[in-house]
Design a protein around this ligand. Structure first.
Ligand code: AMP
Length: 309
């Protein structure tokens, strides 16, 4: 089904206890496009890059079924750059640099052939850009999912709150849920956030899995205990890509189907962290994905006979 994403296409420099990279290809929209490509094609991308961004990286996205017509190239300007360093727990990180570059004055243009979009994934970037993409669509998509982060809560909270009113599903991590709601308990945080606009909230807890809330129900999905976590960068975006890719491929936006989507999203995130950057997401087979999803099923399946049954 028609799937559109907006987000960063970027250079990242990453430091983990296992090693350090120079500038490698990253960005929220890159991870979303790669992860969703295993479920639904094409993914129509809206983003911006400078003329320092390599053509092979765009070609790679196209080879995964991404449509890159909506990625603007700003001549004489530099691509968005992010650098981060992970702590030993691999769950927390410090941002060392965020250079907005082309993102600073980005005005997204949704190409006409993208506009009949049924599933919209607003990846992590300026809330005003996320809003502009919504406003350019003539018909409201069947589902609008938004991912964001503390950086935007710090510098653009009012714009973020405005766009939250327009979406169906918000995906954020536990610390961001606490920051946005002012509540420490994640249950109270979810209740508060669900009054801000979204009907569903996914709280990502890194190696501790993810929670899905709506006003009536809550669902928990574990993260797979992995022998080695190499680089968590992009895990959240890979999760988002798997989540919306699965929903778009099934066209079912019920709470029950979102539970399945969370497992597929978690499976894509578990692949992402196994290698640096996008390396692991580039060459997955259907069999590997099926096996990984089976691992999730096995992990949480148990039989209990209650005495009173
Ligand atoms: P994640 O690890 O899922 O939070 O995503 C990491 C990706 O997000 C990296 O590839 C970065 O290029 C990108 N990123 C980092 N900071 C920002 C930001 N402030 N806005 C948009 N994208 C960002």
């Amino acid at each position: 089904m028609s799937l559109l994403t907006v987000g960063t296409v970027a250079f990242d420099a990453i430091e983990t206890p296992f090693g350090k990279t120079d500038k490698i290809i990253g960005g929220a929209a890159t991870y979303i496009a790669l992860a969703s490509s295993y479920f639904n094609k094409p993914i129509n991308m809206v983003s911006v890059i400078g003329d320092d961004f390599p053509e092979e990286a765009l070609e790679n996205l196209r080879n995964h079924g991404a449509n890159t017509d909506g990625i603007q190239v700003k001549h004489g300007e530099k691509t968005f750059f992010w650098s981060g360093k992970y702590h030993n727990d691999m769950n927390t990180r410090d941002t060392l640099a965020t250079e907005l570059n082309v993102l600073a004055d980005f005005e997204p243009v949704v190409p006409t052939h993208y506009q009949e979009c049924e599933f919209l994934m607003l990846g992590n970037l300026t809330p005003a850009v996320q809003m502009s993409v919504i406003n350019q669509l003539p018909n409201r998509p069947k589902l609008v999912v938004l991912d964001t982060m503390n950086f935007w809560m710090d510098i653009a909270l009012d714009e973020l709150k405005a766009v939250l009113k327009k979406i169906d599903v918000l995906t954020i991590n536990d610390e961001e849920a606490r920051q946005l709601s002012g509540e420490y308990s994640l249950v109270k945080a979810a209740q508060a956030i669900l009054t801000m606009g979204p009907k569903y909230l996914v709280i990502k807890k890194g190696e501790h899995g993810a929670l899905l809330f709506n006003n009536e129900s809550v669902f928990f999905a574990p993260a797979l205990p992995l022998e080695e976590v190499f680089d968590p960068t992009g895990a959240g975006d890979s999760f988002a890509g798997g989540f919306i890719g699965y929903l778009a491929s099934t066209r079912d936006t019920s709470f029950d189907n979102m539970k399945r989507a969370i497992i597929f999203g978690s499976a894509m995130a578990s692949f992402c962290v196994e290698k640096f950057g996008t390396e692991r997401l580039i060459n997955l087979s259907q069999e590997e994905i099926d096996d990984r999803v089976q691992d999730f099923i096995d992990l949480v399946q148990f039989d209990i006979s209650l005495v009173n049954d």
